[in-house]
Design a protein around this ligand. Structure first.
Ligand code: LLP
Length: 412
């Protein structure tokens, strides 16, 4: 870490008057994404993995402004759907930089991606089931193929984000060699892939190490029968500190541990972080609608909620929240910040110390850049928020706010 490119950007380091001006101009709820910070996060990844391939897991934030920035600094793109492949291509990615990871792919996705592959024959398709190979064959695909293994180990900040070990993902570990042998002649078999889950943390790298170790063993075994691989992709999951007192991930230590656990393999090590690239580059701004003293809590009602930022409702995720309209010296109260959705899960935090919130105050929610807008919905017929991108000291509206009219445009 160095001063120009520190490992974490805390919510308190954002320019509060700039955020307040943006909320004034574009209204709330409002997502703000800082492209300069995205660039710094990518640079740190490239520093830690200089001889490896770093692929951005597009799902964390698919906005064009982000994709263009990430491509510009040289990260490849890992896409989970035909839609993400489309977005990557639209942002200027070339086939050779695109990895499509098919998880139980719908027929329409395969049709579309194979069509795109015909125009971009360097694109790689990763299969997580033997019958996906059959389905690709039926569509005439014979290009670059990668096999996703289920390494049997999972990791993650929550049960709901553990993918390794979960039977839905990947080819069972013991079946990979046989599948590799059966596809090697027919396709351009390029590599192996695995992803344990989200949230590798500094104090516990044991799961990550174990996954990488198993992938190293598998890569050596596969290579001994089908020949050298181009890459071994060990997935993403690099954690970011969501709580104020959490230390940042020591990326260099993670990189060293990864290389060491993999051992000698034919082919390049690849990693595919999503959250790490965008989490602390994003803030969600929301305005207080109502403050109510209830018997067990002071309920601060805001205009963002589970349809704007789903993570607290879905994973009990912690996001830092600050009141930008008061000074830190103002008396803090214990607040429950809740959204406008008719669900009891629509709570952004409970019993959190917050500087005297009043109606009309502006709150900022930190680490909203990853899986924020991406997981937004229009439940309760709430239009999705707008998004502003910052770069080189200028702000630009990159996604307009949805309107009530937008909500019904698909109906006929
Ligand atoms: N590669 C694959 C195959 C993945 O499935 C994922 C995430 C990643 C890479 C990137 O993981 P990351 O570096 O972002 O942790 N919505 C959840 C996270 C779900 C992640 C799903 N897969 C959350 O908000 O915590």
């Amino acid at each position: 870490a160095n001063e120009e490119n520190p490992q974490i950007r805390r919510l308190s380091e954002w320019d509060e008057s700039e955020l307040a001006a943006l909320a004034e101009e574009y209204g709330t709820p409002l997502y703000v994404i800082d492209r300069d910070r995205v660039r710094e996060n990518c640079a740190r990844l490239l520093d830690a993995f200089p001889d490896e391939e770093v692929r951005y897991a597009v799902k964390a934030h698919t906005g064009r402004a982000v994709l263009e920035t990430v491509r510009d600094v040289g990260l490849a793109a890992e896409c989970a759907s035909a839609g993400e492949v489309e977005r990557a291509l639209a942002a200027g990615y070339e086939g050779a930089e695109i990895q499509y990871t098919a998880v139980n792919p719908p027929a329409r996705d395969l049709d579309h991606v194979v069509d795109r592959w015909r125009e971009n024959p360097e694109m790689t398709i990763t299969v997580g089931a033997a019958d996906t190979v059959e389905r690709l064959r039926e569509r005439g695909f014979d290009g670059r193929l990668c096999i996703r293994a289920n390494p049997g180990v999972g990791a993650g900040h929550h049960e709901k984000v553990r993918t390794g070990g979960n039977a839905k993902f990947g080819v069972p570990y013991d079946d990979v060699v046989e599948l590799a042998e059966s596809v090697a002649g027919e396709f351009d078999f390029v590599g192996l892939h695995a992803h344990a889950g989200s949230g590798i943390s500094g104090d516990d790298l044991s799961n990550h190490r174990e996954l990488v170790r198993r992938m190293g063993d598998l890569a050596r075994e596969v290579a001994s029968t089908v020949g050298p691989l181009e890459f071994v992709d060990v997935g993403g999951g690099f954690g970011v500190p969501y709580r104020e007192d959490e230390p940042p991930l020591d990326l260099q230590a993670v990189a060293d541990a990864t290389r060491e656990a993999l051992g000698e393999v034919s082919g390049t090590l690849a990693v595919e972080p999503g959250r790490y690239v965008v989490a602390d580059a994003g803030v969600l701004l929301t305005r207080v609608n109502s403050v109510k003293e209830a018997p067990d809590a002071t309920v601060v009602g805001v205009d963002a909620g589970m349809t704007t930022l789903l993570r607290p409702a879905m994973y009990d995720a912690y996001h830092e929240i600050r009141n930008l309209s008061t000074s830190e010296n103002d008396e803090a109260i214990s607040a429950t910040v809740a959204g406008p959705i008719c669900e009891s899960a629509d709570v952004l935090c409970e019993n959190r110390s917050l500087a005297s919130p009043r109606r009309g105050h502006l709150l900022a929610i930190g680490n909203a850049g990853a899986y924020g807008y991406e997981m937004a919905s229009t439940y309760n017929s709430r239009p999705r928020p707008a998004e502003v991108a910052l770069a080189d000291g200028t702000a630009r509206l990159v996604r307009r706010r949805e309107t009530l009219t937008d909500l019904t445009t698909l109906e006929q």
